[in-house]
Design a protein around this ligand. Sequence first.
Ligand code: SF4
Length: 366
Amino acid sequence: MERWQRLLQQSIITPSKLAQLFKLTEVEITQIKRVISTYPMRINPYYLSLIKEKGDPIWKQAVPDISELNDAYGLDDPLCEEEQSPVPNLTHRYPDRVLFLVSNRCAMYCRFCTRKRKVGRKFVVNKETIQKGLEYIKRHTEIRDVLLSGGDPLLLTDAELEPILNALRKIRHVEIIRIGTRVPCTLPHRITGKLCQMLKRYHPLYVNTHFNHPAEITKQSAQACERLVNAGIPVGCQTVLLKGVNDDVATMKTLMQKLVKIRVKPYYLYQTDLTRGTSHFRTQVEKGLEIVKGLRGFTSGLCVPHYIIDAPGGGGKIPLLPDYFIKKDEKGWWLKNYKGQTFIYPNPGYEHLVNDNKETDPWVNL
Ligand code: SF4
């Protein structure tokens, strides 16, 4: 058994150890027990070691909260993944790519998970569903990009994962394989040299990982990401905007800068989905726009993810931008920069507007 598997086996799944470590009250213990009878808990020893105190941003992501059971409006499947699944565990929403779930386990059950209806629960992944998914991909020649997800595909052993990658690589129209995984953050020991050696046989292969808070970037998680990058695997990160965890510009800026430092490209910042049991994490959309505005221009564009709402009802990802566009007229496009100053990008024939204004004023005032 490998070290990551031993760590996983030592995960806490009941509140007793938490109670000892963090001096929980009887009421808190009872509440956690109630929540985990519906939504399971798993906190492996590594992620547990990142919790510094009760209620901190790491705690909030990992420890069940009674609010999970008091969510009147959430939906089991807010993105309508099941409706858009022609075969079990495969969602075909966009023209040229599919989401293919190949594992039902994770190294930690995140309290805000969009697939709360599935992870660690009745979600069935087995050889048969994987085979059906592969056959579907083979039949659909328009699919050029396959995103393996779950659960976490990297909770499969190398011996379980490799035949899936191998089968995908044999399908000529599949150009890109992506793996969506949170283990570089939640159980970095899983990113072994042996795994990276195996993954690099299946290029072009990308990894999308998931960090939400600067405290998740540790020596171990940095090493895991660097190991992947050193195997020639581009690593991107998705982050979920979570109330009480990362809903301020300073935290998000530190996170994004630290990610880039460990050679991980911030890719998406997601507005929280309307998943049942997660509404206590939701912020106003204005908060996300404020954060993006506080990043853009104030730090390198490399550190700025796309801010996305995954449309409820299965509409797919919709990008949102703060208001940099003011108006468009016959002269050109009137735009605002990160400092709130106004500029024109002229239409052909109106270039003099830029020069005229440059001589008198570095920016054009409306
Ligand atoms: S690792 Fe991903 S799929 Fe698993 S519980 Fe966390 S957010 Fe959900």
